[in-house]
Design a protein around this ligand. Structure first.
Ligand code: ADP
Ligand code: ADP
Length: 226
């Protein structure tokens, strides 16, 4: 695990107004950080710069004590948990979670130990032989997290993971993510435009507007000083 320290990050697309304008956010090791703001405020751009899918115009992106500006995504050891989960439909839950270990040519014994430990933590141990098509949205989300856990990723990144769900499921998943994150204690950056998610999920909330960091505070502080 590691913290993510964004220092004076700027992103310009072409000559326009910066999409991200001198943003500094210090995500602590194990912290759950929310990035919130209206559409177009720069949330996804910031997340993509953390992951390495977007070049940084200026500033320093630190993961742990390493500057990663010039590192390829595969060398950053982060796990993006995608909205559509990116699971393999033809593979079982077990093999979906095992996938990164298979790629890394881990032994069958190591694969088995890690997959079983992760699926226990995520309460998926009874579903290991099922295929993603037969799982609920929440279970699929957990399989995607399981894949990140076995890889021992330094941090989880979520980009509006709940935005396609109906209100009821969104509420359930929200509590599930909060519960799992507490239990795993893994550094998390979570992008949303939803105020309720921002105020209930995070340890701290970074509020962005037109590329500028407006506030960086705990939900309680934001509640007292809106
Ligand atoms: P959010 O995720 O908060 O909706 P984005 O990070 O997607 O915001 O976008 C921030 C700003 O950058 C917007 O003005 C958007 O139009 C612009 N932008 C995003 N991606 C690109 C791109 N690939 N090329 C040019 N402008 C972009
Ligand atoms: P593969 O997953 O088949 O090894 P990729 O090039 O898609 O090949 O990814 C290699 C590694 O790069 C992944 O295991 C992951 O660590 C990292 N990576 C690529 N894209 C992303 C992303 N969007 N979010 C997080 N990590 C990524």
């Amino acid at each position: 695990m590691a913290g993510i320290d964004m220092r004076n990050i700027v992103k310009k697309y072409g000559d326009g107004f910066p999409a991200v304008n001198d943003v500094s956010i210090d995500v602590q090791d194990g912290e759950f950080m929310i990035l919130v703001g209206p559409s177009g405020c720069g949330k996804s751009t910031l997340l993509r710069m953390i992951v390495g899918l977007e070049d940084i115009t200026s500033g320093d992106m630190m993961i742990g004590d390493k500057r990663v500006n010039d590192l390829a995504p595969r060398d950053r050891n982060l796990a993006m948990v995608f909205q559509n989960y990116a699971l393999y439909p033809h593979l079982t839950v077990y093999e979906n979670i095992a996938f990164p270990l298979r790629l890394a040519k881990a032994s069958d014994q190591e694969v088995d130990e890690k997959v079983r430990a992760a699926s226990k933590t995520l309460e998926l141990d009874e579903h290991l032989e099922r295929k993603p098509g037969n799982l609920s949205g929440g279970q699929r989300q957990r399989v995607a997290m399981g894949r990140a856990i076995v890889r021992e990723a330094d941090a989880f990144l979520f980009d509006e993971p709940l935005s396609n769900l109906d209100a009821k499921l969104r509420g359930q998943m929200r509590s599930e993510i909060a519960r799992l994150q507490k239990r795993l204690g893994i550094t998390t950056v979570y992008v949303t435009h939803d105020q309720t998610e921002a105020m209930t999920l995070g340890d701290r909330v970074a509020v962005l507007k037109r590329g500028i960091l407006q506030q960086l505070a705990t939900p309680r502080e934001l509640y007292d000083n809106p």
